[in-house]
Unconditional design. Structure first.
Length: 287
């Protein structure tokens, strides 16, 4: 068997098109375009690229992008004050603070300061709590993008066994909550898992998000499984690879995401969808 590739770029393009059509309809109805504030602290090259890509995506889908940039030595109080101002601005729907933040800033405090209904990254404890309680509001972008990819290949979820490898707050844990919500029987593996090979080999759906190239051996993949590789690792020769041995896994799986071209583009697409959702929620008067 050779797995069918899941084309993340095509699925992301479809999501972006849906968002564009919805923003156009908003402006036709006399509503303002959704607006996203992107807060960047310092000059980390990777963060600069991520933020630039988010702003470019905004331009593509008719979302107004408001760049906010602080020097790396900004004080925590100054950053929190700016978050408060963005929270209070009725013309801004989404507030995104690019992570990681410099070490002298408490990232948890900053994330918890963002108003939950403007938290388009879906990292605020309120939004994660709502996801855990099966009443999702704004949902973390990467796990939501993975669900979109799985739906694109007709994944039935119910009666299927999903194994998530990696248990971070931003990817692995919300990924498990999303899979539970679909009805998949869900196992989470982490660095203390006794026999990772055994767990992975029982999975109909494998989602790996660790950041270690080759962690998941291709031979562990159950025949006919679906493999979603969230990992992004830059090798010494410059190649970008995931966490799963791609070529061998491809011989066993039914569907597999490539790296690059799989999950990566979905994260930004879901951020655009979340910003639209935040704007539409803000339109609804609270009775
Ligand atoms: P992270 O915060 O470093 O979390 C990695 C997780 O893997 C942690 O829960 C860690 O356990 C666990 N882990 C470490 N070694 C393990 C092992 N041997 N077996 C099983 N689990 C193990 O990273 P992240 O933010 O979740 O990101 C994970 C990967 O996804 C990275 O490569 C990142 O670049 C990529 N990523 C991609 C996108 C995208 O858009 N494509 C978005 C986000 C992240 P502990 O909690 O015990 O440390």
């Amino acid at each position: 068997m050779t797995a069918q590739l899941i084309d993340g770029r095509a699925v992301a393009a479809a999501v972006l098109d849906r968002v564009l059509q919805a923003t156009l309809q908003r402006t036709e109805r006399g509503l303002r375009a959704p607006a996203l504030a992107t807060v960047l602290v310092g000059n980390d090259p990777a963060s600069e690229v991520y933020v630039r890509n988010k702003r470019l995506a905004c331009d593509k889908v008719g979302i107004r992008s408001i760049p906010v940039h602080f020097d790396a030595d900004v004080t925590q109080e100054k950053l929190l004050t700016r978050v408060d101002m963005l929270n209070a601005d009725p013309l801004i729907d989404g507030v995104l603070v690019q992570l990681p933040l410099p070490r002298h800033i408490d990232a948890t405090r900053v994330i918890e300061r963002i108003r939950a209904d403007k938290d388009v990254d879906g990292f605020h404890p309120y939004n994660l709590g709502r996801l855990a309680q099966r009443m999702p509001t704004l949902r973390p972008c990467t796990p939501l993008g993975v669900i979109e990819l799985l739906k694109s290949v007709g994944e039935p979820f119910k009666r299927r066994h999903a194994v998530v490898v990696g248990a971070s707050n931003h990817v692995g844990r919300p990924m498990a909550l999303e899979l539970l919500l679909t009805g998949a029987t869900t196992t989470v593996c982490h660095r203390f898992t006794y026999d990772l090979a055994e767990e992975v080999s029982r999975a109909d759906i494998v989602v790996v998000a660790v950041g270690r190239p080759g962690l998941i051996h291709g031979d562990w993949i159950k025949a006919g499984a679906t493999v979603i590789d969230v990992g992004m690792n830059r090798l010494a020769d410059g190649r970008l690879v995931g966490d799963c041995e791609f070529e061998r896994a491809r011989e066993r799986a039914a569907f597999i995401t490539p790296v690059p071209g799989g999950v990566g583009t979905m994260t930004v697409a879901m951020l655009m969808q979340n910003t639209l959702q935040a704007a539409e929620t803000a339109d609804t008067p609270i009775s």
